[in-house]
Structure formats: C-alpha cells, structure tokens
Design a protein around this ligand. Structure first.
Ligand SMILES: *[C@@H]1O[C@H](CO)[C@@H](O)[C@H](O)[C@H]1NC(C)=O
Ligand SMILES: *[C@@H]1O[C@H](CO)[C@@H](O)[C@H](O)[C@H]1NC(C)=O
Length: 733
C-alpha cells in the first residue's frame, strides 16, 4: 500500500473516533483570571499536608508514569496525577496524534491566523489524550547561532516575531484547557556542553533580545515556564535567583510555576530558594539522585527552605491548573487515541505558506504541464526518518520533516515529495523519473531531456543527546548534507532547468548552488512535517503562490554571522546584534536577508499613514503578567496600502521596522516591530495596519532598570523584507 492509501485509512479512522473536546470558555485576560485561580489554589493548599505539597512539586521519577513527566495525585482536593508531555509540535510518543509543523515553519508563514489555529489544534489534541501540560512553545533557543541544534523548535531569530508567535500559540493552547510551557528559559542557544557552559549576557541584551519573547509568554498568562540546562553568568538557570525570582517572577509578574528541564536541577535548597517550583522528572535518567521529595521535606523541616516558599510552589502549580479549568472533567491519559480530526489541513497550510521562494529565474515556476519531470535526491523519498524508524528522528536518510530530539514526534503518515509530485503529474499525463539517492553516479541519465529537474537537498540538526552523521545536535557546518552541492552541480550540468528544493532546520550557505549555471529556481521549503510532499506540490504547481518569508538571515559565508558554537562559556559579545541586526549594523551584505521571500505575483506599497500619542519616558504602570501594564498599550498606529500588481492571487507579508532616535543606545539600523499578512487578488488593494505598543518604542535603560521611550525622531520603515523598504515616515516623541 502506498502512502496515499495509508493517509486515507487514517482519515477513515478519524471519522470513527471523533475526539471528545468539550468547549472551554476562553480565559479572561490579565490579572483577574489569575486572582480567581489563586483564590481556589490558596483554599486548596490550606487543606494540604506538607507531604501533599511535596508530592505536587516533585516528579515521581523518570519512566515511572505514562508521560515524560508525572506527579503524584492528591485525592483530597481532586488533584490528578499530572501528565506533562513533550512537545512543541505535537504529542511525543503518541500514536494517533498529528505531527504538526515545527515552530520555525509556523513563524515563516507570518500568518497569525494559521499560527493560532496550529496552537488550538495542538491544545485540542493534548486535551483529548489527557495531557495536562504540553511542553512548548519554544523561545529559547532564539537561534542566535545558525548552527544551533534546536533552533527549529522555536520561531526564528527575531524576538518580536518570536514573541507574537509565543503569545498566539500559548493563548490558543490554553483556550483548549491545556497548560502551555514557555521554554527553555533562558539563553540556551547551543547544544554543545549545554549542561555545563555558561551564557554570560549583559542586562540590556537580556531584556531587548532574549527575555522579550518570554515577556510575551508571561503576558499571555502562560501556565508554566521551564528553566534551561545552561548556566547564566555562572549559575545554573534552575538555580538562578536573577533569572527566576528577579526577572521572571518580580519584573515580569509571572504567576504560574517554573519546572526544571529534565534533570536540570542541581541542588535541593538552591533551586527552591531561587524560584524553581517543580522538579522534573523527579530523578535523574537512571531513576536516582532525588533532590526534592524527602530531601525537600528535610530542608523545609530544618528551615533551609521556608514553609511559605513550599506553599508558594504548590499554590502556583494549583493556580495554573485552575486557571485553565482542569479541575473539571479532564480526560484520562491515553496516548493511543486517534485525535487528529482535520488537523492535517493546518499542517499542510503551514507547511505550504511557510515555504520561501528564493530564486525564480524567467518564472520557471510555477510549473505548467511539463511532459517529463526528473526528481532527484534522498530528500524526495521516504526514508527511516519519515517511517518513524529512528528514535526521536535521529537520522537524516530520506525526506525531512522535522529535526531530531525530544521536540520530535511520530508521524501518523508522511507524504514524500516524489509520491505527491507523481500523483499531481499524473493529472497532466506528465512522466516522472526518479533518482532516489544523493549519489551523483547515474543521475545525469535520469535528468537529461526532462523539462525540469527538481533536486531535493537537506540539512538536519537536533538535540544533543543524539549524534547524527557526526553532527552532535548542533550542526558542524552550514553546507547541505550528503554532498548536496555536488548533487545539484551534477544535475544542472545535464539539465538547464534545475529547481533546488531545500528542507533544512536552519540556514545553509547557498553560494555554490546559486553560482551553478542551470539552477533556475531555489525553493526554501523548511520543515513541513507530515505534509511535506503536498506542500511542495502546492507551491511548485502554483495552486498557491509562495508567501513565506525568511525568519533568519541566509549569509554568503558562515563567518558573516559573527557567531558560531562556543567551546566553553559564551560571553555574548555580539550583544543585541543578533541575526539581521548584526548584518545591518556591520554593513555585511547577506545573500538573502531576514524577511525576504518572492511570490508568483508582485506587490506595491503606498499611502503610509501614522498616528501617534507616544510620550518619552519610562513605563511606570503597575506590574501585570508581562511587566508594567503601560508597556502593552498601543501608542501609535501605522497603516499602508498594499496592492497586488501581478497576474495571480497571492499574499504579502508587510513588515514594519523601527529605528530608535540616537538618544537610545545603538540597536542596529532597524528592528522588526510589526507585520501583517494580506491575501490579495490580482489588482486588489488591502490595508496593512501595524499597532505599536509602548514596549515597541522602548529600550531597556540599564541605569534606571526600566523600559524607556527615548525622545527624538523614530523612523518607521515599511517594506517587503528587512532590506526591501518601500515606505518611510517618522514619529517625533
Ligand atoms: C550577568 O552579568 C552581566 C554583567 O555583569 C549583568 O549585566 C547581567 O545583569 C547579569 N545577568 C543576570 C541575569 O544576572
Ligand atoms: C515583478 O516585477 C518585476 C519588476 O518589474 C519583474 O521583473 C517580475 O517579473 C515581476 N514578477 C512577477 C511574478 O510578476
């Protein structure tokens, strides 16, 4: 049976087993919902013994329950055995759930409706299989190092974009009654030595870059945070008073709880007093080294950890549980249920709309009705990766849909490019020939004479506990794997209509490919998960115009990034100049800049209009989740008219970049502070509206320890990428 048959069977099974998803009222925003949840939690905690509280904050141990994290139930208050399960793109170790697109693909769509729907479906599936806490979304790694193994789990290398994606995803997951978990907190930017290295970050960079998307998470009332494996300024994250108590709980007013990353706790007392609220999984991976449980009991009895601190831990955990309504009729854990419903439609839409068209010479795409297509590369066909044949996706020997590690899930089915192309081509009577390996031997015979040759190349990365083809989580280099450059050269030598499709966890250097005569198109297909083949067919044949934009910079040379994996402590010398900010600040020309992406149509920009009531000065409002309340107020509105001037329907991601006045410390020429995606018919004009909040106009003033709107002239740049600015204006503050 082919993959299409399997997909149909899965669809039939879905129709029989509709998930039981009771409608949960959308939570009220801000502090009122927390106040109510805290009242319930305090009343419950008052009825608990010390042992009950210890049970609530301590995992029962690795592999001792149905989920990757479990705590003991407290029957007297109806509190269940809590199930915490990976991860950011679906339910790990489940068999009937959807393999959603990775965060990076969702971000590449820049489409908040799709991102929110992805989150709702993630939440609905987690709820239906009884998962209380879904361990995602991810804003750390932010992806400052292009080689970073886990960058693909997050939402690209800009804090504003990541922050919007965090907020949309968290609110959507929690709207289904599931607790989300913002992770990995914080500055966990590489896999290499992640459990011993220290990220030494200055205060301003911490606030303006790395803490920024986590502030969005707190503002969205996220139930939980996960402290990361690394050290910050020499102190482990889960033992850090500065990042847990001061930054997160005091400054950001976070009212949920902080759990450890798995085995990231190092002491009994230090972690408790620095703000960690729950230890996971409760033991190390051999089932030993219990740091809380009886140890915490002793520490409380001896006064090293106060009873008030233990009460605070339990209260935070219970409040989060009440906040999302899990005290009423929550399903039992069953990771075997088929709960996919129609969710694959979101996977296909995100996979497709996250595809970025990088080159399209002579409009070779979309394909018309070719008489013969040659398909080349192991990335075009099912390998062990897509057949769930490698533990946690730790292999790269076929079509690629996601990276590897704890952030991966089983595919319920997988549509490979070759199968989807063949299916689509059969409608036109197009012949499709295949060279399914990355070996150049014999490839020229296959591609010669074909109207187009489509080469699939890949680059993979993942979590550091698995090494794949010598890559220890982080990538060793930024080249395509399996000699992808040579494969493309061999194909293009024999076929002057070569189309290169890249499936990759992050940037690769494309110079060799772009300089190869005959390479007419380059399609950056990212990580499309289970709908890999369908998404690429949608774009290749133009049933949808490409509308994704890069969420990281593609450089001409690896050195141009100015950063790489650090073999020791990382002093974050680049400061706030991460990704495009680095290239812009240092006048380094990228190959494809952040925010770039072509379409099958064109868009014109006109009619910039700006209204502002912004005032200079610090944010001084009362602290709500996310920081001072006034930081989140809209202080300026910018609109622009976008017109589809081409011949086909398409969607444009209009982006707003802000330049702060020189009275603020240097932050690079432009920072992303708004985006809108408009779907437009040929000739149609739409209005892009950007709302700027006070935080969007602020810098972190290290001396005052406040966010401050500087006085002077702010430049507003609206355009199609970070370097393709079409309209400019200004605000005087
Ligand atoms: C880390 O150290 C730097 C340099 O002293 C300081 O600016 C920053 O605030 C520290 N960060 C934390 C989280 O303590
Ligand atoms: C978009 O406009 C440019 C410049 O006018 C032109 O070269 C290109 O072919 C157009 N693309 C499409 C898809 O219409």
């Amino acid at each position: 049976m082919g993959i299409f048959g399997l997909a149909l069977l899965a669809a039939a099974a879905i129709a029989r087993a509709a998930p039981n998803c009771p409608v949960v009222p959308r939570q009220a925003s801000g502090t009122a919902a927390w106040d109510t949840a805290y009242a319930s939690a305090r009343a419950a905690v008052a009825r608990l013994s010390q042992q009950d509280k210890i049970n609530i904050v301590t995992g029962i141990g690795w592999e001792r329950g149905p989920c990757v994290g479990n705590t003991a139930p407290v029957n007297s208050i109806g509190y269940p055995q809590l199930c915490l399960q990976d991860g950011p793109l679906g339910i790990r170790f489940a068999t009937g759930t959807t393999a959603f697109t990775p965060g990076v693909q969702a971000a590449s769509t820049w489409d908040v409706d799709l991102i929110r729907q992805r989150g709702e479906y993630l939440g609905a599936e987690a709820r239906a299989v009884g998962v209380h806490v879904l361990l995602g979304p991810v804003a750390g790694a932010l992806g400052k190092i292009p080689h970073g193994g886990r960058n693909w789990e997050g939402f690209g290398s800009d804090p504003y974009l990541a922050g919007i994606c965090m907020a949309e995803t968290i609110e959507a997951i929690q709207s289904q009654g599931v607790q989300a978990c913002a992770k990995h907190y914080i500055v966990n930017e590489q896999e290499w030595m992640r459990e011993t290295m220290s990220s030494n970050v200055d205060d301003r960079t911490m606030h303006e870059i790395y803490l920024w998307p986590f502030a969005d998470a707190a503002h969205s009332n996220v139930a939980s945070f996960m402290c990361s494996y690394n050290k910050i300024n020499g102190t482990w994250a889960c033992e850090s008073d500065s990042v847990q108590n001061k930054l997160l709980k005091q400054e950001l007013g976070f009212r949920g709880y902080i759990m450890s990353d798995w085995n990231a706790q190092h002491t009994t007392v230090g972690s408790a007093n620095s703000g960690m609220d729950m230890t996971m999984p409760g033991t190390d991976f051999s089932g030993g080294n219990v740091l809380w449980g009886p140890q915490l009991n002793n520490a409380v009895n001896s006064g090293q950890v106060s009873r008030a601190r233990l009460d605070d831990m339990a209260t935070r955990i219970l409040a989060a549980w009440y906040l999302v309504g899990q005290d009423k009729g929550y399903p039992q854990v069953n990771l075997r249920l088929n709960v996919q419903g129609n969710h694959k439609e979101n996977v296909r839409a995100v996979a497709r709309d996250g595809i970025v068209l990088l080159r399209n010479e002579g409009n070779i795409l979309p394909l018309g009705r070719p008489s013969r297509i040659a398909v080349v590369g192991s990335g075009a066909v099912i390998g062990r990766h897509a057949q769930n044949g490698c533990q946690d996706k730790g292999c790269n020997d076929g079509a690629l849909g996601m990276g590897w590690g704890s952030g991966s899930v089983n595919y319920p089915y997988f549509v490979a490019p070759y199968d989807a192309i063949r299916e689509r081509a059969s409608r036109d009577g197009t012949q499709v020939s295949l060279h399914s390996s990355d070996n150049t031997n014999g490839v020229q015979n296959v591609v010669q004479g074909a109207d187009v040759a489509i080469v699939f190349i890949t680059a993979d990365s993942g979590e550091g506990y698995i090494t794949v083809e010598g890559h220890p989580g982080d990538r060793n280099h930024l080249d395509p794997w399996h000699n992808g450059n040579q494969l493309v050269q061999a194909v293009a030598a024999a076929n002057k209509n070569t189309i290169v499709v890249v499936h990759s966890t992050g940037p690769i250097i494309l110079e060799t490919i772009l300089n190869t005569p005959g390479v007419r198109a380059v399609v950056w297909a990212g990580l499309p998960s289970q709908e890999n083949g369908n998404a690429i067919v949608d774009i290749l044949y133009g049933s949808t115009s490409p509308s994704g934009k890069l969420v990281y910079t593609i450089a001409k040379r690896p050195e141009d990034y100015g950063v790489s994996i650090v073999r020791g402590d990382d002093n974050f010398r680049e400061g706030v100049f991460v990704d495009y900010r680095w290239f812009d600040q240092n006048n380094i020309e990228p190959r494809f800049e952040f925010g770039f992406g072509l379409s099958y149509t064109n868009f014109s920009y006109s009619g910039l209009s700006i209204t502002s009531n912004a005032r200079a000065g610090p944010a001084t409002g009362p602290t709500i989740p996310g920081g001072p309340a006034d930081l989140w107020e809209t202080v300026a509105t910018v609109t622009a008219q976008i017109t589809n001037t081409g011949g086909v329907a398409g969607a444009e991601v209009a982006q707003l970049y802000l330049t702060l006045p020189p009275t603020a410390p240097p932050a690079g020429p432009r920072q992303l502070r708004g985006f809108t995606k408009l779907k437009l018919q040929p000739g149609q004009t739409g209005t892009a509206t950007f709302k700027l909040r006070k935080r969007d106009l602020s810098y972190w003033d290290v001396g005052r320890q406040q966010w401050v709107v500087p006085s002077g002239r702010f430049t507003i740049s609206v355009g199609a990428s970070s370097r393709d600015i079409r309209l400019t204006g200004s605000i005087d503050v």
